[in-house]
Write a protein that binds this ligand. Structure first.
Ligand SMILES: Cc1ncc(COP(=O)(O)O)c(C=O)c1O
Length: 381
């Protein structure tokens, strides 16, 4: 039904033939392994899964069973978490742009932790969530991120300190600071840099008689696409060194909000070749059109930012450069043109093309029904 996130369900054990493409398969064991690795390497941080990365109920339920908490962005995500059996005390409303009634409803459900980055949002929180714990999001440089969040979120450190003091004066309970170093952050050094800014706010507030206790390290940990990224250990080492440098022995409580890292590598998006074409008899450039594209599952190919590894049944045979495009009538529905992809020369219409590490920002991050193409379905195994 248009407007609904596609139903996710367990892939039928005897799914022969396979479901019609395109669809996403999530391996819940990989999600569990990623969670366990982060838990082990960063035991002092409370993990809040950023539900937006993949909101299907089996993913939320699998993480909930392991004790995860959840970062939500809307009342829709709040409902998803509740459907998966998560109690409201395990939720943080991390979106800095909320409606009054969303805040009030979240409070009525039992949510007690909210983000803000502006005076107007602070007013909304003071009106609708008096006494709640709130944290201010800092504006942080996103250099090194393959999916930067630009300047849309956060405020400068000076302003954050002023807003946290104002929060106290308005009857809220200001607890700390958050940041996001940009999604698919390839440089672990982004965290110590951001922690330096956060520590400045802690000190500025302390001078004004407000002790902060919570540091939210945000998202940004990477999945594994075509380019190699440092191992998780390198990120944890960078975080630890930033914390030691800035806070010494008096560390705040830590919270981290991984999205992509937990679910990205757990997903495979299966598409089918619909058409292979050339633009003239003299051109060698092969255009390969798939049944998945920018509007159904692969929006992060915008500006060719995220480079998924591909797999086909004809891998191992000689390859040639292709331009990859989706099925819709929109010219922006071209996945990769500037960044050359090589696919087997034998590739045929009807062959399956798999996008690997496609578990994050694919399932729900898609058009409802652009050009009449249904939203992509997700199956969990
Ligand atoms: C507030 C917040 N936390 C966490 C995340 C998750 O980020 P990532 O998927 O890069 O880990 C996001 C993503 O946009 C976010 O907005």
């Amino acid at each position: 039904m248009p407007g609904e996130i596609p139903d996710e369900s367990r892939i039928p054990a005897a799914a022969q033939p396979r479901p019609a493409t395109p669809y996403i398969v999530i391996d819940l064991n990989i999600v569990r392994q990623r969670y366990a690795a982060l838990r082990r390497l960063l035991p002092d941080a409370t993990i809040y899964y950023a539900v937006k990365a993949n909101p299907v109920v089996p993913v939320v339920a699998a993480l909930a069973a392991l004790g995860a908490n959840f970062d939500i962005a809307s009342e829709g995500e709040l409902r998803r978490c509740r459907e998966a059996g998560v109690t409201a005390d395990r939720l943080s409303f991390g979106n800095t742009i909320k409606r009054d009634h969303e805040i009030a409803d979240a409070v009525a459900t039992g949510v007690g932790l909210f983000a803000f980055d502006s005076e107007t949002e602070l007013d909304k929180l003071a009106r609708n969530a008096p006494g709640s714990r709130v944290f201010c999001r800092l504006l942080i440089e996103n250099r090194g991120a393959e999916w930067p969040l630009s300047r849309k979120f956060g405020c400068e450190a000076h302003m954050a300190a002023d807003l946290l003091i104002a929060a106290r004066d308005r009857g809220l309970c200001p607890v700390g600071v958050s940041f996001h170093v940009g999604s698919q952050q390839t440089d672990p050094g982004a965290w110590p840099h951001a922690i330096g800014h956060a520590a400045w706010v802690f000190r500025a507030c302390a001078h004004r008689g407000l002790g902060l206790e919570l540091l939210n390290l945000g998202g940004g940990l990477p999945a594994h696409y075509r380019a190699a990224v440092p191992p998780l250990e390198a990120y944890v080492d960078a975080i630890e060194s930033g914390l030691s440098r800035e806070f010494g022995a008096s560390r705040p409580s830590l919270l981290i909000e991984p999205g992509r890292y937990l679910v990205g590598d757990a997903g495979t998006l299966r598409a089918q070749v619909l058409l292979i074409a050339r633009k003239s008899p003299h051109e060698h450039e092969r255009w390969v059109y798939l049944d998945a594209g920018r509007f159904n599952g692969l929006p992060e190919t915008e500006a060719e930012r995220i480079h998924y590894p591909l797999r086909t049944p004809r891998d191992g045979s000689p390859c040639g450069t292709v331009i990859l495009a989706g099925p819709t009538c929109d010219s922006s529905d071209i996945l990769y043109r500037r960044h050359p992809y090589e696919l087997p020369l034998e590739l045929q219409v009807g062959d399956q093309v798999e996008f690997l590490s496609a578990g994050a920002y694919t399932a729900s991050y898609a058009a409802v029904e652009f050009n009449g193409f249904a939203p992509i379905r997700t199956y969990c195994v």
